[in-house]
Design a protein around this ligand. Structure first.
Ligand code: ADP
Length: 484
């Protein structure tokens, strides 16, 4: 099949979170299966240094109409990465900015126009470069594409048979805009009804994707269930339940060429399940990088995350004092909401001998944490899939997680009676439940044979992309059949 991915992030060009890892790895995996895959991304400021100085334009100028005049976008050919072709939508007034979605926590006020233009530009570009059998769009930023396809482009002889699949990587981000967005993006008012894009008098990009895509996937089976409830659906549960027959939960894979302690180029030493000695060096290296010096008997808890309210650090805040009474070290890497950045800074300042934080984005340090920590903490309030806990298992770093979404699907609770399980889960989202799970992990840590078995179990887990990629292809085929 010919498949076009439209997304706002893909590693290594643009990344704030797991979406970027998935678009990168999944596109390559689908291409490996013999399909022709093209990825379209906005040409952000951060992409420029990664491209040739002289842009190689596949299309010099595409006209995108707006109510008060046209805008023009070029399509820059980014070449091929492992059989996946990359094109970048070049519209400097919209994308040549430092942030992808905003600055210092504030969203850009023209995001509807920016990502509206992006979707239209992808459709227009494929009319010149080749219309695929299927558009695979990711999250709200690309979710207007299926809406355009089935409304203003529905009679287009080139596009009318193209199918679309929407993947929801996080239903908490939907792209809400004022009703006037309908006119701003030259869309028909008919779509502004509750069974289409309107939601509580806002224009909702993601809802449009849910209504108009041929098939909808999300990134774990449990999250596919959860988003049909009011607690996790964020207002879209009704629209999702309407499409229940076309909704699939496909667990994300991970790319073990990037995330494997036996080969990871970011580590002080390599190790594998048969020879774990290198993990000790990684631990030393990590503690050094965070300016800590604790005994080998002190377990190191690692955190690497966006500091967003989704990630459950409000619970950590509530147990910070009691955690400090225990013999543990904590290293945390992340950026995000000012409240949580402040909390982590204060937490580290108050316990400087054992707790340390780095408020930044650092790719290599993320790998060092996976390898050098003993325990990986992910207390997320909700988690569509979560990649870090999957990476951590491969590194023999035992996850402690809230039993939600993909965390629940991937982490099996340690059962010392049967030597089964890979980590520790807390079922209720509250501070005591989290502390209990940490305490269970700490007792297991002090029992060396038990901990060794846990590490073996975790490292033996395989979450590679082969099986999820096959599920995506099956979903593509099913979606394409709807357009025959
Ligand atoms: P989400 O997509 O919600 O942010 P995931 O666990 O799915 O959560 O993916 C997070 C990805 O982002 C992982 O690859 C993780 O290593 C990376 N990451 C998050 N914060 C940082 C940071 N501060 N520095 C480096 N990598 C980070």
């Amino acid at each position: 099949m010919q498949i076009v991915f439209a997304a706002s992030e893909a590693a290594p060009f643009a990344k704030t979170g797991g979406l970027a890892d998935v678009v990168d790895a999944l596109s390559r995996q689908i291409a490996n299966l013999g399909h022709q895959v093209t990825v379209f991304l906005p040409l952000y400021a951060s992409v420029r240094p990664l491209l040739d100085k002289e842009f190689n334009y596949a299309v010099r100028s595409i006209t995108i109409p707006f109510p008060h005049g046209n805008r023009f976008a070029g399509i820059v050919d980014g070449g091929s990465r492992q059989n996946v072709r990359y094109y970048f939508v070049d519209c400097p007034e919209f994308f040549d900015r430092q942030g992808f979605y905003g600055n210092n926590g504030d969203s850009y006020t023209d995001n509807a126009e920016r990502f509206g233009l992006f979707s239209r530009a992808v459709l227009e570009a494929t009319k010149i470069l080749g219309v695929p059998d299927l558009f695979h769009v990711h999250d709200w930023q690309a979710a207007l594409l299926p809406t355009l396809l089935r409304t203003v482009y529905s009679a287009d002889p080139l596009l009318k048979n193209a199918a679309s699949v929407l993947t929801i990587h996080n239903a908490a981000y939907q792209g809400w805009f004022p009703p006037a967005t309908v006119e701003q993006l030259l869309l028909p008012w008919e779509i502004f009804t509750y069974d289409k894009l309107e939601q509580y008098n806002t224009f909702n990009f993601l809802k449009g994707g849910i209504v108009y895509s041929d098939l909808i996937t999300t990134v774990s089976p449990k999250y596919a269930q959860e988003i049909q409830t009011a607690e996790y659906g964020n207002g879209l549960e009704g629209a999702l339940r309407e499409r229940i027959a076309d909704l699939r939960g496909i667990l994300n894979g991970v790319d073990y060429t990037e995330w494997d302690p036996a080969t990871d180029g970011n580590l002080a030493a390599h190790y594998n399940p048969l020879d774990l000695s290198g993990k000790r060096d990684c631990r030393k290296d990590l503690l050094h990088a965070f300016g800590l010096d604790v005994s080998a008997e002190t377990p190191v808890i690692g955190i690497c995350s966006r500091f967003a309210s989704q990630k459950g650090f409000d619970l950590l805040e509530q147990i910070a004092g009691r955690l400090a009474e225990r013999d543990v070290a904590v290293v945390a890497l992340g950026t995000g909401e000012p409240h949580y950045e402040r909390f982590f800074r204060d937490f580290a300042f108050a316990n400087a001998a054992r707790f340390s934080v780095q408020i930044r984005y650092d790719y290599a340090m993320a790998h060092k944490i996976e390898a050098g920590a003993d325990i990986f903490l992910m207390p997320s309030r909700f988690e569509p899939c979560g990649l870090n806990q999957i990476y951590s298992m491969k590194y023999g770093t035992i996850p402690v997680v809230h039993a939600t979404g993909g965390l629940d699907d991937t982490v099996e609770e340690w059962d010392p009676a049967h030597d089964t399980g890979v980590g520790f889960k807390f079922p209720e989202y509250n501070a005591q439940s989290l502390l209990n799970a940490i305490d269970r992990a700490l007792s297991a840590f002090y029992d060396k044979p038990q901990w060794r078995k846990l590490m073996e179990n975790a490292m033996a887990k395989n979450f590679s992309w082969e099986s999820p990629a096959a599920e995506y292809v099956a979903a593509y085929e099913q979606a394409a059949r709807k357009r025959l």
